[in-house]
Every structure is written in structure tokens, then in C-alpha cells.
Design a protein around this ligand. Sequence first.
Ligand code: GDP
Length: 412
Amino acid sequence: MEAEHLKFVIVGHVDHGKSTLIGRLLYDTDSLPEGKIEEIKKICEAAGQELEFAYVMDYLEEEREQNVTIDTTQTFFKTKKRRYVIIDAPGHREFLKNMITGASQAEAAILIIDAEEGVQEQTRRHAYILRMLGIDQVIVVINKMDLVSYKQEKFEEIKDEALKFLKNINITPSYIIPVSAKRGDNIVKGSENMPWYEELTVLSSLDTFKTKSDKSGSPLRMPVQDIYKINNKRIIVGRVEAGTIEEGKKVIFLPNNEKSVVTSVEEFLNESKKKAVFEESTGVTIKDKLFVDRGQVICGEDNLPFVTNKLKANLFWMGKEDFKKCERAIIKCGTQEMRCSLEKIEKKINSSTLEITGNDAESITNREVGEIILALDTKLVVDDFNQTPELGRFVLEKDNNIIAGGIINLKN
Ligand code: GDP
């Protein structure tokens, strides 16, 4: 197993300080290459500017462009406790889409708010998306405290505003911290400028968060990707999204509801492999000659997922054109793929203002979030997003473009 790491995302309105916070976190945890900050300092001095931490991000982006082996969306640093991965660098246009389509899965989030400007349009929209994704480890940082003379009253004022708005959408932040990303107050080190704040810094708050739990003990979910025929064997291939699959295990194939027993776990060049766990891609053979196809989900005998041809979900509309009631699209969930139509838009919400823009509406527009019901052409196997993310989210496609992302929340 890889060393423990926590993936988090930094969100907030443009210019509220996301890049600066990342630069500061990397600098204060000594995660930048030797001499780099001096170089940036020189550039700033030559331009008659103070040191600009946001440039660290520009530098990292340049490095990535030159070096294809560096992941384009992830940035790393370390504390004594563990590694951190900041996903989706700010400025990355695909940010919302990646979060919703699961290209990047955050376990925690920092919501950054400018102390002078307070809650703004993107603060609201991003917070709403955190809620949709069920991210419940959230730190709110009130940034640029240096610009309001580090005044406690100003912090309290913005804190009240933020808490009121977050309560409305059902987010309870774990911490609210007054910071200056630029000057380094309460990011990694405490702050002499704000003696009235005696609680944790951003970094020590992050250290208190839990990482994604190991799901190898959860009920088995293995979406079938493909079937290979090798040496007269029919090998069913897929990735274990939850639980464990092993020789002798009794399994059920959904949605067909057919039972069998695993006769072998097949791994290329590893004959002794007897089981595969959560997050492993593997192949298995089974005792019975069932009809198995891509899109089916292999489960254990208990705690079965939900099998349905009507799906209630939160839909985030990303397409340029409106999506009307009864219109058709392709739904993709795990390895499942089928046609569906929009049966009902129970409620729709403007994701910026959070205003409810319609009940039982006729269509949904770009950047709106809808609580919708989809009618599926055949049966779909789903789980709650928080239980098995891979089977709890989906995308809708039209003409090979992703037009919407959805989250399945069975508990609602
Ligand atoms: P982003 O768009 O959210 O990534 O914001 P940036 O990190 O690019 O910051 C926008 C501007 O705010 C830059 O000019 C930063 O130098 C400035 N800034 C960020 N954090 C602070 C801070 O704590 N104090 C002050 N005075 N300026 C800041």
C-alpha cells in the first residue's frame, strides 16, 4: 500500500487567493525545489513588486508543460503525519467537470474567502458543489487578513456571513481560520498579528482529517470491464471498487441476478494470486456458464446495490444547450452504459445564487443544478455516492460530449 495521503481541493471566488495559498503551503513545508523561490523573488524585485506566491503555481504549470511525466492536475507536499495531494490546480478550466465526473476525487476541501470581499458568486457555487459531492471535511479560511489590519471584528463579520450561507446548504465547516496567505499567518505557522486567534493553523487542521477509508472490508462491487478468452478460459476482467473477491466466493451478477462461485483469480505472471481487493484491477473465472457482459456488476451475496430503471439524482448541467424534459441521452455509470430520458425536473437551482428557479420545470440550463428523475432503457446498478463513488455518480453524454454530471444520493 502506498503511504497514507489525503487529497484535497482548494475552492473559492477568483482572486480570493487560491494560488497564493498553494504557493505558501508548498513554500512553508519546504516542498519547492532548491533556489526556486529565490528566482521568483528576483523576478518580483526586478518588477518592483513584493514576492508573489501565486507565481509558484505559474512556475509549476510551466514545469508540467515541459515534462509530460508530471501529473497535470496534482500538486504534492508533506507533513510529519502524511502526504498531501492538492487536486485540480486553480486556473484549471476543467475544475468543476473533473470534480463531478470523478476524474479527481477530493476527500477534503478548503473554501477560501477574501476578508474584504466576503462571500461571492463562485464562493457559493463551489460550496454548493462540495455539498453535492458529499465532501464533509471542510476548512473555511478567511484570507487577506493583512488588508483589514488583522482585525478580529472583521473576521467575525465574514465568519458569520459564511456560516449563515453554509448552514443554508447544510455544510458544517470543521474549522474557520483567519489567515494571510501572502504573509503566512496561520497557514503553517501561527500568527503574531492575530493573538486573538488561538486555534489551529490550516496545516494542523488538515492533519486532523481522515483519509478515505480502506474499503476492502465493504460489500463487494466489481463492475465488469471485459471478457477475455485465454487458453480455453473465460476471464472476467474489472476493477474492484469495494470489498474483496477471492477463490471460492459466492457471487451474484447484477442486474441479471445470476449466481455463481469464483473458481480462480487470474493475474498475469502471478499464479499464486488468490484474491483481489479494493482498488485492484483483476480477472476472475467462475464455475457456471453464465452470460456475462461489460456493464454487469459482480457483488457478494449480502448488501446488494440498488437495481433500478428509474433514477433520482442531483444533476449538474454543463451542456451549452438546454436539456428539456423527455430529451434523450446516454448515461454512463461505472462500466455501464445505456440510453435514458429526462422524465422529470423536480426542482432546479441556480448554482451561483442558490435561488430555486423552478419546481417541476420543463428544461434545465447551463450551470443549473436539478433534482431530476431519469427513466432508463434497461436496469442500472447503483449505490449511494458516499458508499461506492464509482457506482454513485454518472455522466450524461450526447454526440460524444459530456453534457451533465450527476450524483446519486440514496439517503435523501
Ligand atoms: P486566485 O485567483 O484565487 O488563485 O487568487 P491569487 O492567489 O492569484 O491571488 C489574487 C491576488 O490576491 C494576488 O495579487 C495575490 O497577491 C493577492 N493575495 C492573495 N492572498 C493575499 C493575502 O493574504 N494578502 C494580500 N494582501 N494579498 C493577497
